[in-house]
Ligand binder design. Sequence first.
Ligand code: G6P
Length: 367
Amino acid sequence: ARVDKGGHKHFMAKEIAEQPRVIGEAVRHYLSGDGNSVTLPGDGLDFTKIDRLTMVACGTAFFACLTAKYWFEQLARLPVEVDIASEFRYREPPIPGGTVALFVSQSGETADTLAALRYCEGKADKIISVVNVPESSIARESDLALPILAGTEIGVASTKAFTCQLTVLLMLALKAAEQRGTITPERQADLLSALRALPSSLNTALEQNSAIARAAHKLAEAKDVLFLGRGLMYPMALEGALKLKEISYIHAEAYASGELKHGPIALIDKIMPVVVLAPRDTLFDKTVSNMQEVLARGGKVMLITDDAGAAEAAGEAWQTIVMPHVDPVLTPILYAVPAQLLAYHTAVAKGTDVDQPRNLAKSVTVE
Ligand code: G6P
């Protein structure tokens, strides 16, 4: 079917706006009939029989894997390794028995990811994939393919596919936690109900569109941007920096907040914006204290938080974007929205080709 921009200026804007709907569909697809559990297609997977998970991908899908590592480790107490496909395939790592190999790919055709999958054939106990294109090579060559149901994604910079990957990976981690007995039924019910409420939280986040566009107008003047986050917000910082580079051509990099002292603090001046991702979670106070370190050196902070108090405490912040509150476990799916909108509006302000950024391809099927 032909896909049009549905009244939006760019496919990317349309795909960002579609997220509440497609994520709602993905959640419903993987919820059991009674809504109390997660169901997987076919014979599913027995997480009590595995010792470790090895996740491999490229680009934005790699950051979805990095995020999921926190979920599988914390919720399911399952050891996880995450790798970039082009490194994994040539390093030829040993794959001990009891390993499940999981490949994440929007297109299902990325050459390095497919080669990494083939390397695992006959070595891993099981090969699973999380894909957007169900008839793709990666899906066909997996023992179990989990569709993300994002629909066609045209914008080269991935948006809705990323958040749908996160949604499916979180639900898979919840299934693993249930099977391994590492989550209480109450906590599981809480998280499933937060997942059901995600479309409405995402709509609230999308209402910040104009505020983010105003902030982006100022960001468009920057030459370099630093993104900081801790825990689940560290991979989100990496993804925010990637989005900004890809479409606005502004140099951006991300650090785990705790690494600020080990290098990037030397870059802090009155010119370079520092985007701080700080939802109210258990690491919040630590992230806020890193933000204070930046402010104390005259740095320009753009704070993204759901904590009105912190927003106030950061009175000296250059810009503040306020998010709705969600369970901390779900923050990556929600904070992807301001990260995407920030990159999008910065690119629009700079007049770059948002949907077809220079030198990039939607699907990298050659090495
Ligand atoms: C390209 C795209 C990215 C994507 C990456 C991996 O670099 O521009 O948006 O994240 O490939 O693609 P895949 O289809 O495997 O998710």
